[in-house]
Design a binder for this molecule. Structure first.
Ligand code: HSE
Length: 407
């Protein structure tokens, strides 16, 4: 029997406990031992839980219990998760987490600590919810040099955009629905302002390129400025708008990483990933494109990935799974000004498209009276921003700008 503790009994934590209880036999047959949930840490009361007697409000009951070999951190947020996880690793316990904020902020440090203590620190559920992505990238694709990763990494925003596109639903109503369904973060600003997707692409970039990429170093835009008008113009250009986290390896060895809404051509595999589903494309130099698809948020999909990590830890109590990257200082990341994109602009003003053509050169344009939208050729963002100033000085109002996702 392997004793585990679960810290946090929210959406994901309750799912983990549920799966460990309902799938006990199935997991036993895989592991050859029982996984016993010895403690659940939460400040709230859960009198109706079948293991109500094993709840505690005191972290000491976990850290001081020598029988507990694996601790699951599903509290979310940095505090007290960071402190608790560090203390568990230092106490010789393996840790499994779904906490992308924690991994994106402290992954390199916690991996190094786990290496020193000869325990495991696993976080499959931190990216893509129920989709296997960390383990496949770390094991199955290990023989590849990764050239690019691009993904729809946030279920809440994908749900909102899908509702806007399919049902013409207003942004606020779609967000409320996503919150009711349990996809959104405690503070949904992390979803809609792009920080959650940014953390996830940072984790994948760190894993792929071996150096920690901190979210602060990544240009991040959310979906709060996307309007139904943009959605309709995108449709006319044969595209859909998706929030994309993307990292590309450049010829000079540096990486170009960004999180932003993009117009994705309908023929792209990522264009048809809707609602709370996530999709991640990994371009390897040997494999070509490999696409991962599934539920990126929600109780049981996320808990399923956590439970797989628990089993992995239980199977390797005295051995380390190789999962590691070094700390990074951002010197391998290019400036957002040097990042190259074609751009969509929604415009308002007399002869807007003609003026845009004069400034940007070759464009695709759709005009609808005084309103219109254009798509430019690819150019560095610094050049794009200068040209936007020129266009504005020429009397054209730029109502929105969105990157073209060449995916
Ligand atoms: N809020 C996140 C999402 C949960 O919507 O994708 C899963 O990480």
């Amino acid at each position: 029997m392997v004793s585990v503790a679960v810290m946090g009994h929210g959406v994901v934590g309750s799912g983990v406990v549920e799966i460990l209880l309902t799938h006990k036999q199935k997991l036993f047959s895989r592991l050859g031992e029982e996984i016993y949930v010895k403690k659940v840490l939460d400040l709230r009361e859960f009198p109706d839980s079948p293991i109500a007697d094993r709840f505690t409000k005191n972290f000491d009951d976990i850290i001081n219990d020598l029988e507990i070999r694996v601790v699951v951190e599903v509290m979310g947020g940095l505090n007290p998760a960071y402190d608790y996880v560090k203390r568990c690793i230092k106490a010789g316990k393996s840790v499994v987490t779904s906490n992308k904020e924690l991994v994106a902020a402290h992954g390199a440090e916690l991996l190094e600590l786990a290496r020193q203590e000869n325990v495991n620190f696993l976080f499959e559920a931190s990216v893509g919810g129920g989709i296997p992505i960390i383990r496949p990238m770390n094991q199955c694709l290990v023989a590849n040099n990764v050239d690019e990763i691009a993904g729809i990494l946030n279920g809440t925003t994908n749900f909102i955009l899908t509702k806007m596109i399919e049902d013409g639903m207003q942004f606020e109503d779609a967000l409320k629905l996503a919150q009711d369904l349990g996809f959104a973060e405690r503070n949904p600003a992390a979803d809609i302002e792009g920080h959650d997707a940014c953390r996830k692409i940072c984790i994948l970039a760190s894993l792929a390129f071996g150096k920690h990429v901190y979210p602060e170093a990544v240009h991040t835009e959310g979906i709060t400025n996307i309007t139904l008008e943009d959605v309709k113009f995108a449709e006319k250009f044969g595209c859909v708008i998706k929030l994309i986290g993307r990292v590309k390896k450049l010829e000079n060895g540096k990486i170009d990483i960004v999180t932003a809404p993009m117009l994705v051509p309908k023929k792209s595999q990522l264009a048809n990933i809707d609602y709370e589903f996530n999709g991640i494309m990994v371009r390897g130099d040997c494999t070509g494109d490999v696409v991962f698809y599934g539920k990126g948020a929600g109780k049981l999909p996320t808990a399923s990935a956590v439970c797989a990590d628990i089993v992995d830890c239980c199977m390797h109590l005295k051995k380390r799974r190789f999962l590691f990257w070094a700390d990074g200082d951002g010197s391998n990341i290019i400036s957002v000004d040097d990042s190259v994109f074609g751009m969509y602009l929604r415009l308002n003003g007399e002869d807007a498209a003609a003026k845009a053509e004069k400034v940007f050169g070759k464009i695709q344009a759709i005009e609808d009276g005084k309103r219109g939208a254009v798509i430019t050729e690819a150019m560095p963002m610094s050049e794009f921003n200068k040209k936007c100033d020129e266009l504005t000085a020429g009397g054209v109002n730029i109502l929105s700008t969105i990157r073209m996702g060449d995916l």
